[in-house]
Design a protein around this ligand. Sequence first.
Ligand SMILES: NC(=O)c1ccc[n+]([C@@H]2O[C@H](COP(=O)([O-])OP(=O)(O)OC[C@H]3O[C@@H](n4cnc5c(N)ncnc54)[C@H](O)[C@@H]3O)[C@@H](O)[C@H]2O)c1
Length: 291
Amino acid sequence: MNKVAVIGAGSMGRQIAVHCAIKGLKASLYDMSGEVLSKAQQFSDEYLESRVQKNRLTREESDRARSRLEISSSVEECVSGATVVIEAIIEDFSLKAELFGKLGALCPPPTILASNSSNIVSSRLARVTQGPERVINLHFFNPVLAMDLVEVALHPEVSPEVEHAALKFCREIGRTSVVVRKEVPGFIVNRIFRALTREAMNLLEGGYASAEDIDLAVTRGLGHPMGPFYLMDVAGVDVSYLARLDEYQETGNEASKPNQILEQLYREGRWGKKVGHGFYEYPDADSGGKA
Ligand SMILES: NC(=O)c1ccc[n+]([C@@H]2O[C@H](COP(=O)([O-])OP(=O)(O)OC[C@H]3O[C@@H](n4cnc5c(N)ncnc54)[C@H](O)[C@@H]3O)[C@@H](O)[C@H]2O)c1
């Protein structure tokens, strides 16, 4: 494994690329926005410097990681010579499908073409890609630089060689992987998270307890590090709402329908910590920034 290409340099893509560079891979990063790419470069420089200041990396290791990270000015340049391509663009199926069509033509097999989507299963993208057996989900968690898990989600056409190579890639970048053998939107973690948040919102809507007390019960009674309402605020109320809506529209399953309170917060722009209001108020939040 020598080069990973990451398309989309937003909050996830930039972290995936920096992490891979720290772990010894050549990493190239592309985004359609030049401004986002400049911010990603700045993020990388500041993060690597902070690791040196905290004695987590030596100056030499940090310099080597910096030299392995390349900012690309086109998709073509970014994916050239890559053995793994990870798509981390916005959660919009038609944009992702268009990109996978292009990647299929640009990248010869056995290059792995992976999506970091939180919800869109890879068979939907494999349908529009040359060589569907190499299209998979590699689902990282935010913040990528701290969260150990990667969900490797397969569809029936994925070849055993691609599965093997994907798991090897996760080991190379020092991440624990779990295999989702049968496709399901939301994979494992987000499905369990959604079940938990759905019940938490049912209790709140039914007037059984306050958001504060439900969060307290889940942290103290179940030992979770954060309660469901605070966690939705941190991850983004918009992200939770849109993922639930997409699943509901795909399956027609009434249980997937977003709770009324979630829809209301979404429509009012109360998208969580990043905007200063969600289930809770965050008076000190940098309004409009990322959580
Ligand atoms: N944010 C999270 O907590 C999280 C966690 C796991 C997975 N994901 C998934 O990761 C993906 C990215 O999420 P994010 O939070 O980093 O989004 P983001 O909005 O921060 O970044 C997306 C980037 O994609 C770029 N982009 C859009 N279309 C493009 C194209 N055609 N070519 C190149 N660049 C393009 C945008 O300019 C933007 O910079 C989504 O599919 C999301 O579901 C997000």
